[in-house]
Design a protein around this ligand. Structure first.
Ligand code: ADP
Ligand code: MG
Length: 342
């Protein structure tokens, strides 16, 4: 049985000599990091708890992948380049098979996105994974002469303007279907919905490609309705969502039917697509920017002025508001901590 330090060395220490900005990696009291000139740091931390955010019996490599993916997704949502990660791991026991799988899933995704694991912690207790990620983005994001250029960075939630399009990357909803499949006993990790749940793909390159074009954005982790409402509140605007424009992946339709697929997009969680607003004249450039990534971009609505007292998300079908839509589409509540979800 390896001791704590051997375990860290065996599973988590990597050669970081090529990693940008890493002056000192794991092994000392702190890591030492240097941000590039003219860059600002984007920092985020997320905890994944077994039985709350992921099924404890999920494949260890998926747990490692997923725990990092949800963090990388936050960097993607700011249009930041991933740089450095810290991993605080709480383990019920030292199970080397499990650790091997976990580390493989973690490192494979980390390498793909060029994020260096520069430190962390290992403790004993119920399985839980806390990851802090650091990304870099330019300090001045727009024309330096623009008065707002430093104070209003790209891809914040509060930058949407009236008339902006609401767009979403990829095929949301699949992860929700995947969670349901897992809960009903499916263990075929090649099932596309289950794969979307267990191994979500953080949209890091998309965030980088779109940060100049989008006015606001976030990563969707709790369904389009709830997450678009965050943009609405931050930007003090409402949004009209067209039901008929929601992208419904064939695999999602096959798993849940059309109605279920819509619900999964609107209120399902765990997808980590990017939900953005942008001026209509940027749409073509945005679609072209995502083409090399093989990633689609769907226009699903438009930002509009607030009528009444509060910003809200209005569901429309062919332009007609759906009566009591907020209820009728809420057949299952947004993710909460009582079920396995995030
Ligand atoms: P301290 O006693 O200062 O908290 P630790 O004994 O927890 O230090 O860790 C020793 C070194 O190993 C530190 O540099 C720490 O960042 C690193 N480390 C610990 N756990 C991990 C991990 N899971 N992944 C990467 N580095 C780790
Ligand atoms: Mg420690």
């Amino acid at each position: 049985m390896p001791g704590e330090f051997e375990l860290i060395a065996r599973y988590f220490q990597r050669d970081l000599s090529g990693a940008p900005g890493v002056l000192l990696g794991p092994g000392d009291d702190c890591a030492l990091l240097a941000a590039g000139d003219g860059m600002q740091l984007a920092i985020s931390v997320d905890t994944s708890v077994a039985g709350v955010h992921f099924p404890p019996d999920a494949p260890a490599s998926s747990i490692g992948h997923r725990a990092l993916a949800v963090n990388l997704s936050d960097l993607a949502a700011m249009g930041a380049t991933p740089r450095w990660a810290l991993l605080a791991l709480t383990l019920p026991e030292v199970n080397e098979d499990w650790l091997h799988g976990f580390a493989a899933g973690f490192h494979a995704l980390a390498e793909r996105h060029g994020i260096a694991l520069v430190g962390g912690d290992v403790t004993r207790g119920p399985l839980s994974i806390t990851i802090t990620v650091h990304g870099e983005l330019p300090l001045v994001l727009e024309d330096a002469g623009h008065p707002d250029s430093v104070s209003r960075p790209i891809l914040r939630r509060d930058g949407a303007r009236e008339g902006d399009l609401v767009v979403i990357t990829g095929a949301p909803g699949m992860a929700h279907a995947g969670l349901k499949a897992w809960q009903s006993g499916t263990r075929d990790v090649l099932d596309p919905c289950l794969a979307a749940y267990l191994r979500p793909e953080p949209r890091v390159e998309a965030g980088l490609a779109l940060r100049q074009l989008a006015s606001a954005g976030l990563d969707v982790s709790d369904g389009v309705m709830g997450d678009l409402a965050h943009i609405c509140r931050a930007s003090q605007l409402s949004a009209a969502l067209e039901l008929g424009e929601l992208p419904l992946a064939p695999e999602l339709m096959a798993a849940l039917g059309e109605q279920g697929a819509r619900e999964a997009v609107l209120n399902g969680g765990d997808d980590y697509e990017l939900l953005l607003t942008m001026p209509e004249e940027h749409l073509e450039s945005a679609i072209n920017a995502l083409r090399p990534l093989n990633l689609s971009l769907s226009v699903i609505g438009r930002m509009q002025a607030v009528e009444g007292s509060e910003p809200r998300v209005i569901l429309e079908q062919e332009g007609v508001e759906q009566a009591a839509a907020g209820r009728s589409w809420q057949h299952f509540p947004p993710a909460d901590a009582t079920e396995v979800s995030s």
